[in-house]
Design a protein around this ligand. Sequence first.
Ligand code: 6PG
Length: 639
Amino acid sequence: MVPSIIHIIFGVAGSGKTTIGKLLAKELNIPFYDADDFHPEANILKMSNSIPLEDIDRMPWLEKLAENITNWQKGKGAVLACSALKQKYRDILQSGSISKINWIFLDTDERIIQKRLETREGHFFRKELISTQFETLEKPKSGIFIDATQELEQVMSQIKSQLITKKSQLGLIGLGVMGKSLSKNIVSKGFGLSVYNRHVENQEVDVAKTFVEEFEENTNVIGFDDLSSFMNSLEQPRTIVIMVHAGKAIDEVIESILPLLAKGDCVIDGGNSHFKKTIEREQLLLKQGVGFLGVGISGGEEGALKGPSIMPGGTKEAYLRAGVFLEAIAAKDKKDKPCCAYIGPQGAGHFVKMIHNGIEYAEMQTLAEIYHLLRYHCNQDPIQISTIFDSWRRNKKDSFLLEITIDILRKKEGDVFLIDKVLDKAGQKGTGGWSTIAALELGVPLNTISEAVMARNLSGLKSRRVETSLLYNIEKTPVKEEINTFIDILEDAFLVTNIINHAIGFDVIAKASDEYKWDLRMSEIARIWTNGCIIRSNLMEEISELFIENNNTPLLLFPQIVKSLSRGVPALKKVISSAVIANCAMPVMSSAINYFLTHSSAQSSANIIQAQRDYFGAHTYQRVDREITEFFHTNWKTQ
Ligand code: 6PG
């Protein structure tokens, strides 16, 4: 067992030992003791009568304290306020100790103490004794010296920045929901952690301190609202995780820590930042010799706490430094490997996380569409739908999103399903839209994902939808098929849509890998998505295995996938046609079938597009009967 640390705050009476000791103990979340409380009655009586204590009086008291110190070391540790004026008293206190004591000396001035004691009431110590105290005091030769004539706030900040003899291995900035959960995860893995949260008057006050106080089970975390003390508390070279909102807030944090960073430090952005911003930030920090990792972290609050899926991008050197922490806190895959692996240089980690979210958007929308179809066109209530979904989970179609949707459907508020109380307007923070923009820039399709973004946008037009519904009066009619047969068909259609959606997502990742020369490993990306993240699923496990066979094969071209889709596509077509006839919108599922039909057509309709472009804009076209390098223009007018 490693003994816990005992901090002894010492100095003359009136130097602030008790106040400072209590504050420090609160900060460190360990007990506080006042040595005065251990004095035998006889000593207290002497002191109250202004009779100075002899060494003989002090001995039993110091020995008792020494004994307690040993016990506290076996527990959580402690802060002890004790005058300990002479070296020999300090030696006694140290004597039974099973590890080194942290000595914090409050250095002060006799006149200031006199003044303080004049205003102090209700304490047995008489101010006349103060000169004796200064006469007796033997200033220590080592330990932490604190100028106790300063304001309390400065004293505390000085102590905090100096006292931590064991510097923290990791620092974390930003104690929002994700930051807090990730901090708990980091500490639970045995890492010493310093956390910092900014101070914003009336809004973010003592956030770090309060967090540390609530953190009962561990003393391996220390909180700061003063940036330089936080930076000083970290082992060098430092590793700092930033967990603040993506966007301006990240730049503000980087700007504020930049002057305090040293060559060799490593900064990690664990938010959903745009990959292009990550590239810029990496450049900025590298100029100063500071490593930077843009790290996608998926799994929400629970994932961050119990083990998320982690997608780090940046230099290999930076990953060598910080990877050990990230891998330790990540979820584990089926083979007990961490769901964290170096993704690639620059913004690769954040790009991959962005596409993860794109896939997530489309998977969520697929489930929403199926629910809606079953509920309003197949006469199934939420419990019945949850039972159907449950059977799909058992049929190797399990996924985190399916699992949580079942919980959602079963949640009641009184007699009412809570889902019926939820307003049908979907929010979004941007990653789905960014995926769409990225696909447009890369010139690749993103059908299911972009359609899911548009479905959220369309859901946002609530009042317009209500108005239109009154004008068109479109009736929700029942699906004609026999319900059990239809549920089986729906199950196949669900799988097919998911496969197509994943194929689209992995294709855009492959394109980015080529375009930006990131050399991404598809199998590893899929593997770290098999646990911890929002899109973990049985399908993801299969995809990871497939990409081991060949990193460069598009998903839809693997023979195993060809087999599954050939079997399942008729089901998706059936579902879409039945749904449309019943007036049920299926934007993502129908985009999946349209994508598939186009993707698997040797002859597309685009010859007409090319001819039209050439007709009105002389944009030229290529011919199937000539070299691909040749371009033609025709006067298409026939009369
Ligand atoms: C995750 C999630 C997480 C978050 C997204 C989605 O992987 O843990 O994707 O990052 O839920 O920000 O947000 P929106 O749906 O609000 O865009």
